[in-house]
Every structure is written in structure tokens, then in C-alpha cells.
Design a protein around this ligand. Structure first.
Ligand code: B12
Ligand code: SF4
Length: 501
């Protein structure tokens, strides 16, 4: 009887605060490669919006699936849960393989927490060989890009794996393995699709935890990208797409070719992209709008010239002042991401950023996200430079500073509402002064007030006065604030549980 193919289960470990409206690209890409090499693959995203899974629920699933190898994606703030999961999965007998941004930055760490090997960087060229090696079919030392423990107990780093030279040679993500109703409502499961069209970035922003895909930009062909959109539309009726590249329009010629085809073929799709302020101009923005682009996310980060310089941002505040209103004039919603609280910033430096935000407010939508307060990710310049001074070495392994936890009990209602799942201010990586904390609060209020102006419901009028009352009461008497806002806090918590963001 022929041996059954190796069964690999790819798991995205649980986050205590986040959920996904589409299945992460990385898992689908790895699954496609494993299928191409003749293996059997299943996907388990513990953060699927309509099917969040806890560690014990995943263990039960694994008992049913009985995989030979389990591959896990490691992100820094989720790594504590991932290690807890790994230890719970040891009993299943499956070999454990780590990959993803955190595993790439610290490849030896997962080996201390129950993993058998780590794949560094891009997974596609390595994953199938790594699985075979873990099954004993080929020697572990024959797999480039693999880190593992030898039988003698020493850790071995094999030579690195070269980056994929031509992204068009990669298979399309294995979307057929994804259960769409785990991510979107039953009447519209293919809500939107994420597409990755380029990799790499030569910039080295001091806070950026990217770098997994190398310093050189690599791009898929324009036709390959549009063909994928058309195929998705035919198969899943998807009409809205979200390009998750770090800076999609860096190759402007390719961007023009993508837009020209979308416009000329009148496909009627809409799409969002992330890009850099220095990677667009008026002609490109007009073309993108005509081709269905409805939103562009820009990482503005700061309005303070010294901060922009110190974090090596490739744009200036003047460029932001020009490009963001221009994006809006072209009919595309600009969304701006900011990072507050760089360790050298005092309240007056934050005021400069605040001024830029006020100037942009009439046209921009702000994204007050978890990362709107600086997080020192391992491997970044910020982490290396400040970890000793502020004592946050290896913060992701402890509970105290792990912000992937809704520590709502400590927050007055207004903070809980504004930072949503954010406990980053609690983690207090950079021991902010009370003035800086107050300024950060004010700026979050500004972002919220600006976004509310666009809302068409009652929240537009009621929310800010309610939040301001909570703020005033908590300054006066925190116990009084807690008593008055007990019910709203409870309702808000329940709502977040029912419909996580
Ligand atoms: C889209 C995105 C999101 C979306 C995810 C939506 C979705 N459904 O996928 C949302 C908005 C939810 C999100 C949230 C967060 N994100 Co995010 N996100 C991204 C982004 C922009 C793209 C991810 C992607 O699809 N990449 C494309 C795929 C192909 O790459 P990949 O996932 O890395 O997988 C490849 C390799 O890593 C490797 N690999 C991955 N897993 C495995 C597993 C095995 C076994 C193997 C062998 C290999 C392997 O092979 C894959 C193929 O080459 C990246 C930036 C980036 N350029 O990657 C940030 C990024 C991954 N996010 C990041 C962070 C930190 C977060 C948050 C934790 C927020 C925060 N700032 O604290 C949250 C919570 C995490 C969560 N997902 O629950 C960081 C991770 C840094 C780190 N050190 O961990 C990144 C790198 C951004 C950055 N530059 O800082 N994110
Ligand atoms: S933040 Fe953006 S531009 Fe800066 S290094 Fe990261 S991916 Fe590149």
C-alpha cells in the first residue's frame, strides 16, 4: 500500500485582541507550495472573525486532523500564546515548524519553546523541504534557510536561502482551502480579498519590524496581478481588493500598467492600497482613481521634522501636506497612520505632529490603531537602542508589557474607547511623563473627533461629550468615573466580544 502524503497543518496562533476578515496571505502561499509538492495541507486561522479559536479549541482540532507537521506563523505580540500552544501540541506527536516575522528575527527562540525547527524569511522556497526533513526524508542540514537543534543539542543555522528572484513563479494562494464563512457574513463571505503584489523595501525606518523580504523591491507582473483579481471575481464574486504590499506603487510603470488594465477593461472593481508618500504623484493618483482605487493608506508617522529624520522616513511633512489633500482631490480617501511617543519627543514635539493632523483633518481619515503608540519590535533600531535604558529586553515573553491583552479594568471609559484594544500605553515602554501621556490622549481625541465628523449616525453628536465627561470625572475622582461608566464599559466590552475589530 502506498504511503499517504505528509499531512501539514498551518496554524495562525490566537491573538487576544485581533481578528481577521480574510485569511492571512502567508498561510495560503505556503499551502499552495506544499500542495504543489504533493503534500496534504489544512489551514487553521485562530483569529478568523467568525470562528475565533482558543488554545484548547486548537488542540481539539489537531486531535481530529492528526497532522504529521504543524507550521506556525509567529508575530511578536502573539508569540506568548503561540509558545503556550506549542507546548500544548507537543503531546500530539506532530513535528513543530516555526516561521514568520518574529521567527525570522529571533530564529533560536522558538527552539527553546518546543519547536523542532525555524524557517528564516520567505517561506515558499523552504517550507516543502523543511517538512520533508522533519519527516526524516532528507537530512536537516540539506535545507537552506533552516535553523534547528542537532541531536547533540547545539543549534545549527544552515546557510541562508536566496530570495525568490521572480515572484511570478510562485503559485497563487491556496484560497480553496479557506472556508469563507469563517471570515465574512454568510450573505457575503468573499467580503474582500487580500493580494500581495510586491516584496522587499530598501528603506530602514527605525521602528519597522519588516525586513523579512529583503532590501530590494521585487514586483509581480501587472498582468499577473490583474489576472488574479479577475479569477477571484469569477470564483468568489469578490469586487473589493486590499493590496497588502508595504509600498505598492514604488514601481510607477508597473502601477500604471495595473491601473490602465483595470480601467480599460471596465472591470468595476474597487481596491485599497498601502504606499509611501514619496511613491505617488498627481498623474498616478488620477489614474488610480479612474481604475477603482478608493483608499490609500499612508504611513505618515510624525509631523515633527527631527523625528522624521531620526526614524529615517523617506518623506518630509511638506510632502505629506501636499500629497494627502491631493489624494482626496483625486477622489481617493487618504488614510494616515501616525506613531506617537518616540522616546526623544516631549509634549511640544507632539504638538507639531498634532498641528499637522489638524491641517490634514478636513480630508484625511485617521487610523488610531494599536501601533499608533510606539512599540519597540525586536530587530529594530529603536529596540536595540533603547532596550537597556528602558529595561524592556524580551518584553514579548512576559505578561506585564504584552499589549495583546485587553486590560480594560485599568482604563477609564474614554481611554478604553479611544485606544480600543490598546494596552500599549499601559505597557509604558518608554516611561512617558504625565505631560506626554496627556498629549497622547489629546491627539487620540483629535483623531476620533475628526473621524466622527464623517459619521452619519447619532454617535457623531453624542460620543465626544460622553468621552469628555469620562475624562473629566476620572481626573476628579477615578472611583466616581468607574461607578458612573460601569454600564457603558460593560456594554462596550460585550460589543467588542461580539464583533471584534
Ligand atoms: C496585512 C497585515 C495585517 C492584517 C492581517 C489581515 C489578514 N487577514 O492577513 C491586520 C491588520 C489584521 C494585521 C494585524 C497585526 N499586525 Co500586521 N501586517 C500585515 C502586513 C501589512 C501584510 C501581511 C501579509 O499578508 N504578508 C504577506 C505574506 C506572504 O507574508 P508573511 O505573512 O510574512 O508570510 C511569509 C513569511 O513570513 C513566511 N511565513 C509566515 N508564516 C510562516 C509559517 C511557517 C511554518 C513558515 C515555514 C514560514 C512562514 O512565509 C510566508 C510566505 O513567504 C505585514 C507587513 C508585511 N509586509 O508583511 C504586517 C505585519 C505582519 N504586522 C505586524 C504586526 C505587529 C501586527 C499586529 C500585531 C499589530 C501591531 N502593530 O501590534 C496585528 C495583530 C496580528 C494579527 N494578525 O492578529 C508586523 C509584524 C512584526 C513582528 N515582529 O511580528 C508586520 C511585519 C508589520 C511591520 N512591518 O511591523 N496585520
Ligand atoms: S515602514 Fe515602510 S518604508 Fe519604512 S522600512 Fe518599513 S516597509 Fe519600508
Amino acid at each position: 500500500m502506498a504511503a499517504r502524503p505528509t499531512r501539514t497543518l498551518l496554524i495562525y496562533p490566537p491573538s487576544r485582541t485581533q481578528c481577521h476578515f480574510s485569511c492571512p496571505q502567508g498561510m495560503q502561499m505556503l499551502a499552495a507550495v506544499l500542495e504543489r509538492s504533493g503534500g496534504e495541507v489544512q489551514l487553521l486561522d485562530a483569529n478568523a472573525a467568525r470562528r475565533k479559536l482558543t488554545v484548547s479549541a486548537i488542540v481539539r482540532e489537531v486531535e481530529k486532523i492528526r497532522p504529521d507537521v504543524i507550521g506556525m506563523t509567529l508575530l511578536t505580540p502573539l508569540v506568548r500564546e503561540a509558545y503556550r500552544l506549542a507546548s500544548a501540541l507537543r503531546a500530539s506527536g506532530a513535528k513543530l515548524l516555526a516561521g514568520g516575522p518574529h521567527a525570522t528575527l529571533l530564529p533560536e527562540e522558538p527552539l527553546e519553546y518546543g519547536f523542532d525547527a525555524t524557517v528564516i524569511g520567505e517561506g515558499e522556497p523552504t517550507v516543502a523541504e523543511a517538512v520533508r526533513a522533519l519527516q526524516g526524508e532528507i537530512p536537516l542540514d540539506a535545507v537552506q534557510g533552516l535553523v534547528y537543534r542537532t541531536p547533540e543539542g547545539t543549534i545549527r543555522h544552515n546557510p541562508p536561502r536566496p530570495l525568490v528572484a521572480d515572484l511570478d513563479t510562485l503559485p497563487l494562494p491556496a484560497r480553496h482551502l479557506v472556508e469563507p464563512t469563517h471570515f465574512g457574513p454568510p450573505d457575503n463571505p468573499g467580503l474582500y480579498a487580500t493580494i500581495f503584489t510586491s516584496r522587499g523595501c530598501p528603506a530602514r525606518c527605525a521602528y519597522c519590524a519588516g525586513g523579512l523580504f529583503g532590501k530590494k523591491f521585487r514586483f509581480r507582473s501587472a498582468d499577473g496581478v490583474v489576472d488574479e483579481m479577475i479569477a477571484l471575481n469569477r470564483q468568489y464574486r469578490t469586487r473589493h481588493f486590499y493590496f497588502v504590499d508595504d509600498a505598492m506603487s514604488m514601481d510607477r510603470d508597473r502601477m500604471r500598467r495595473i491601473c490602465n488594465r483595470l480601467r480599460d477593461e471596465r472591470l468595476g472593481f474597487t481596491w485599497n492600497m498601502m504606499t509611501r508618500v514619496d511613491a505617488v504623484d498627481e498623474e498616478l493618483l488620477q489614474l488610480a482613481a479612474a481604475a477603482g482605487c478608493v483608499q490609500i493608506d499612508y504611513g505618515v508617522e510624525s509631523g515633527h521634522p527631527e523625528t522624521l529624520k531620526r526614524i529615517h522616513k523617506p518623506h518630509t511633512a511638506e510632502m505629506v501636506r501636499r500629497i494627502i489633500p491631493l489624494t482626496a482631490r483625486c477622489g481617493i480617501q487618504p488614510v494616515a497612520f501616525f506613531i506617537l511617543g518616540f522616546p526623544w519627543e516631549d509634549a511640544s514635539a507632539l504638538d507639531v505632529t498634532r498641528k499637522l493632523m489638524e491641517d490634514l483633518a478636513p480630508c484625511v481619515r485617521f487610523e488610531p490603531a494599536i501601533a499608533s503608540i510606539l512599540i519597540p519590535f525586536p530587530g529594530t533600531e529603536i529596540y536595540e537602542r533603547y532596550r537597556d535604558e528602558y529595561g524592556f529586553t524580551d518584553w514579548w515573553l512576559g505578561e506585564e508589557r504584552n499589549y495583546d491583552a485587553p486590560r480594560t479594568d485599568r482604563h477609564p471609559f474614554y481611554q478604553f474607547y479611544m485606544y480600543r484594544k490598546g494596552a500599549v500605553l499601559d505597557a509604558d515602554f518608554f516611561r512617558y511623563s504625565p505631560e506626554v501621556k496627556t498629549k497622547i490622549d489629546e491627539i487620540f481625541r483629535l483623531m476620533l473627533a475628526s473621524n466622527l465628523r464623517r459619521r452619519k449616525n447619532l454617535a457623531k453628536y453624542l460620543l465626544l461629550p460622553v468621552l469628555d465627561l469620562s475624562r473629566k470625572l476620572s481626573a476628579l475622582s477615578p472611583p466616581l468615573e468607574r461607578a458612573v461608566f460601569k454600564l457603558p464599559l460593560l456594554l462596550r466590552r460585550l460589543r467588542q466580544k461580539a464583533r471584534p475589530v
